[in-house]
Design a protein around this ligand. Structure first.
Ligand code: PLP
Length: 441
């Protein structure tokens, strides 16, 4: 009997004992292709020798130094590298240990910016339905993932959600991208006006939506319009790239493909690549200079902020991404993955949409393509696909509630950047088998 509070106590899951490249291996010696990198985490796969060597070396040199006493070499070098990979005005980094912590930190930083800017009344956060920003209370409060919020609703600070930019489901028939952007822009502006725009602290959005709806990229012009509206009312733009950042969509930051600059952004999964728990907030000159000139310092902190071993791991992961030009590799492998998915599923009776960027793709499932009717939620099709795919040696990341938190199913693929064409083909073939067995089985 396990003493762990497992995610699902009624389910027995295998024990993973080894990781090798794109594979995880269990106690029975079964090998699983990590087609989703867990939850879009393992961008370099498993057991990467350079990352392991960097972590060992750091462990033998300095395992921990509290950041109120010392900075550390790996933290400084990692922040330098991240600043070099970012636009010049977005060069300030605050390290944490997870995506949720990064989001909590981003919210507090946005609030402090306004206070230090003399606008003490700004405290409202506006975010979007069908988004996920983490499971801690602040992150959950701005999240639009209904099932994850439901139980904790009485504990959550009040926030306001606007519509997602989810063209496949919510662009009206006959509506152009430009008209859709106009409509969503109007909704955001009206929301600010209703709240009192002088009280709004930030608009928070995932640049490309991950787990909640499945690799949903914004339509052209959407992010730039949201930026314009934020600027008009002095509201900060906070982009959550915890899942879609660090090369996952084919550029180091996902926002590079949107022609916008956030004031604050969050990163986590691909930062440490699973080798260590680490997340980060990156902030603009405007935000950091205002805070430093106001209170003098950011009023925040955790014991493990800037942990040297986590930073050494992330530094080695980031160096590998830069040195091996993995963003370019993600773009070319992503083209292949897109082609394989379209060849396999474009005419599939239960696949309504195939979408994504880079190595971040999803298929959305329907019972009936006529009208794109989802499967009944109680079938829990996504859970069946996850289990069936795993028995066939594929790890993928299905989700439910794609449309509105309750209805709809999708499957997300986010394979390691080092995946070979054969491995990508295996992932697509096996997903097709798992889908058919789950629907008909
Ligand atoms: N933001 C996004 C977009 C995420 O996908 C996640 C996790 O899946 C989080 C935040 C929270 O990250 P963590 O699970 O590391 O706390």
């Amino acid at each position: 009997m396990s003493h762990i509070i497992h995610r699902n106590p009624s389910q027995t899951i295998p024990l993973a004992v080894r990781g090798e490249g794109c594979y995880l291996i269990d106690t029975q010696g079964r090998r699983y292709f990590d087609g989703s990198g867990g939850a879009a985490v393992s961008c370099l796969g498993h057991g990467h020798p350079k990352v392991i060597a960097a972590m060992k070396q750091q462990l033998e040199t300095l395992e921990y130094a509290h950041t109120s006493f010392f900075s550390s070499e790996p933290a400084e070098q990692l922040a330098n590298l991240m600043a070099q990979q970012s636009p010049p005005t977005l060069g300030h980094v605050y390290f944490v240990s997870s995506g949720s912590e990064a989001m909590e930190t981003a919210l507090k930083m946005a609030r402090q910016y306004h206070v230090d800017n003399g606008e003490l009344q700004r405290h409202h956060f506006v975010s979007r339905r069908q988004s996920y920003h983490g499971n801690s209370l602040g992150a959950l409060a701005i999240g639009g993932n209904l099932p994850r919020r439901k139980l904790y609703e009485p504990l959550l600070m009040p926030t306001t959600q606007v519509s997602p930019c989810f063209a496949f489901r919510y662009r009206l028939a006959g509506e152009s991208d430009a008209d859709y952007v106009d409509r969503l822009g109007l909704e955001l502006e009206q929301t600010f006006l209703q709240l009192g725009p002088e009280t709004v602290a930030a608009f928070v959005a995932e640049t490309v939506v991950g787990a909640t709806s499945g690799a949903v990229a914004p339509v052209p012009g959407y992010m730039a319009r949201m930026r314009e509206i934020c600027d008009r009312y002095g509201v900060l733009l906070v982009l959550d790239e915890v899942m879609c950042g660090i090369g996952r969509t084919g550029t180091y930051h996902a926002f590079e493909q949107e022609d916008v600059l956030p004031d604050i952004m969050t990163l986590a999964k691909g930062l440490g690549g699973g080798f260590a728990p680490i997340g980060a907030v990156m902030a603009s000159d405007k935000v950091v200079h205002t805070i430093n000139a106001g209170s003098g310092s950011f009023q925040h902190g955790h014991t493990y902020v800037g942990h040297p071993i986590a930073c050494a791991a992330a530094l080695a992961v980031q160096q590998e991404i830069v040195d091996q030009q993995l963003c370019a590799k993600v773009r070319s492998s992503g083209d292949l993955l897109a082609r394989l998915l379209k060849e396999r599923f474009a005419h599939h009776p239960h696949v309504a949409d195939i979408r994504g960027r880079g190595l971040f793709w999803a298929i959305e499932l329907v019972q009936d393509r006529d009208g794109n009717v989802p499967f009944p939620a109680e079938l829990r099709l996504n859970a069946h696909i996850k289990k069936t795919a795993q028995t066939h040696g594929l790890l993928c990341y299905p989700g439910g509630g794609t449309l509105d938190g309750i209805n709809g199913d999708h499957v997300l693929l986010a394979p390691p950047y080092i995946s070979t064409p054969e491995q990508l083909a295996f992932a697509v073939d096996t997903l097709a088998v798992a889908l058919d067995e789950s629907v008909h089985g």
